[in-house]
Design a protein around this ligand. Structure first.
Ligand code: CFM
Length: 545
């Protein structure tokens, strides 16, 4: 047995109390609302504190609003020229570090992703204003690349000095005759990158979606929302859909194009992968164009099979259903031997995962399929609905920070609204077990007694590792090396380290093989974590009166 394993089971409530007690009283009170010992059966349901400001001084895992807008939502689109108006670091650090991939079908198709565009603001632009420089940059970008659309992204200093990026966008759009639009996604605009997703999607909805008049060909037209082609996940799904005979007309926004966004209103179904970043787009597409949506999950073999079956059942087409079953059978024949072989080594091992706004939930499936146990999980920036389920939406308190982010009022389009299913069809499908517009969230699927922590910080992470000694920890690059120095392997669930794809069936095999290697590497046992040999240095966060 691993010398670092605990002999007795851990009392999660005691761990929670201890974590919270270490803080100054006011801070502890706030953190206690974001730290729960899960109990899915309890009534009334547990309420998770989420989407609130990180307390200053705490080392959070979160990113900024600009990152969520420019890096996450628009980053994977290859033919919109994304121009950061700001200091060079903002553009540089949001450029491809997420490993989002793209594949233009022809060699001469536009692909701007290998470039990082920025106005490179200097002190004099901050003092005298940067609009002139921005105009010049848009002109220069147009002259060199002739894109069909340019997106302008505001960074913190732009908001502080008051440059009007939208006025520049309007003028330049008129002058150049292309679609130029701005994103007021200053880093401080919201409490996390989640606000940036919303700003990005609102602008796409206003300026791009619905602009392409010709409907793409296809019998079963689907748009995939919230799949960002990290490590090639989107490529796996494109292939899977094609083999099943499902026509993927648009993805938001993995391997995406301007035309794909502009054609999304021609789809007959929207399926949502990452609920956090895009659920409002699904709602708006339904209201404006009459396209129903439901949640899917292509992380995990069982989850992928279930999602494919759900799509086929929606279209109520026997041929499609049969083809989907054939593909699932082919894939499962490859999955089962690998899964069982790895499961023999991984069964009963423990994992913790603290990532983003959807993967801390989705990846639990992959671990469970190889018999592993999730002892603690949490999101960086998700909202209560991602933890507790969408039924809590009407009860979420709108605070000053969320009021800061525009909520679009959407009405049925006078010419393009066309309900894809009649109310009777929807009711019949619902009666057969279909859950439209629904997401149950992470907590109902987690074990009783597991810890759920929102916006975990570095201190809490270290404490969890020391107390629980999990077999693997999943987070991002900021955490990776600190945690590995403690003798615990860390799998990056943002960029997948250098691995992936992890979506669909082939992705599941890739993931299990990577996890198997990490769990069974002897290297970790050679590292002595600091708590084994060193006396802890006593310290207080602030001196309490
Ligand atoms: Fe959605 Fe994402 Fe995520 Fe996200 Fe992200 Fe990401 Fe993520 Mo990193 S859109 S919420 S802002 S699934 S970049 S592809 S991995 S934190 S869990």
């Amino acid at each position: 047995m691993n010398k670092r394993k605990n002999a007795t089971p851990i009392d999660a409530n005691a761990v929670k109390d201890e974590l919270v007690k270490k803080y100054p009283v006011k801070v502890g009170r706030k953190r206690a609302k974001q730290l729960l010992v899960n109990d899915p059966a309890i009534e009334p349901k547990q309420e998770m504190g989420a989407n609130v400001r990180t307390i200053p001084g705490i080392i959070t895992q979160r990113g900024c609003t600009y990152a969520g807008c420019k890096g996450v939502v628009l980053g994977p689109t290859r033919d919109i020229l994304n121009l950061t108006h700001g200091p060079i670091g903002c553009g540089f650090y949001s450029w491809l570090t997420r490993r989002n991939q793209t594949k233009p079908p022809r060699a001469d198709d536009p692909n701007f992703m290998p470039y990082c565009f920025s106005t490179d603001m200097q002190d004099e632009n901050i003092i005298f204003g940067g609009e002139k420089k921005l105009r010049q940059a848009v002109q220069e970008a147009y002259d060199i690349f002739k894109p069909k659309a340019i997106g302008i992204f505001a960074t913190c200093p732009v908001g502080l000095i008051g440059d009007d990026i939208h006025a520049v966008a309007r003028d330049m759009s008129e002058k150049l005759g292309i679609n130029v639009f701005g994103f007021s996604c200053e880093g401080y605009k919201g409490v996390s990158q989640s606000a940036g997703h919303h700003i990005a999607n609102n602008q796409l909805f206003k300026h791009v979606i619905g602009k392409h008049p010709c409907a793409p060909q296809g019998k079963f037209k689907v748009t995939l929302l919230g799949e960002y082609n990290i490590g090639g996940d989107g490529f796996v799904l494109e292939d899977l859909f094609q083999r099943c005979g499902i026509d993927l007309i648009s993805t938001f926004s993995g391997n995406s194009t301007y035309e794909g966004f502009a054609s999304a209103h021609h789809g007959d179904l929207n399926v949502v992968m990452c609920h956090r970043s895009i659920n409002y787009v699904a709602d708006m597409l339904e209201k404006k164009y009459g396209i129903p949506w439901f949640k899917v999950n292509f992380i995990g073999a069982e989850a992928s099979a279930k999602s494919l079956r759900k799509i086929a059942a929606y279209f109520e087409d026997k041929e499609l259903m049969d083809r989907v079953e054939e593909v699932i059978a082919e894939e499962m024949a490859k999955i089962v031997p690998v899964r069982d072989q790895i499961k023999a080594r991984s069964e009963g091992k423990t994992a913790m995962m603290f990532v983003g706004g959807s993967r801390a939930h989705h990846y639990q499936n992959l671990f469970k399929e190889i018999g592993m146990k999730i002892i603690a999980a949490g999101y960086e920036f998700a909202h209560r609905d991602d933890y507790e389920g969408r039924q809590v939406l009407p009860t979420i308190k709108v605070d000053a920070d969320s009021r800061n982010i525009e909520e679009l009022v959407v009405k049925p389009d006078p010419t393009e609204y066309r309900p894809r299913k009649s109310p009777q069809d929807l009711a019949r499908l619902a009666a057969s077990g279909f859950a439209f517009k629904d997401y149950e969230g992470m907590m109902p699927e987690m074990d009783k007694g597991s810890l759920v922590i929102d916006d975990i910080n570095h201190y809490e992470t270290e404490q969890l590792l020391e107390k629980y000694k999990p077999d693997i920890f999943c987070a991002g690059v900021k955490e990776k090396y600190v945690i590995q120095k403690m003798g615990i392997p860390l799998k990056q669930l943002h960029s997948y380290d250098s691995g992936g794809p992890y979506a669909g069936f082939t992705g599941a095999i890739n993931f299990w093989k990577d996890i198997d290697r990490m769990l069974n590497s002897k290297a970790w046992k050679l590292i002595d974590p600091p708590w084994e040999n060193n006396e802890p240095l006593p310290a207080l966060f602030v001196k309490e009166a």
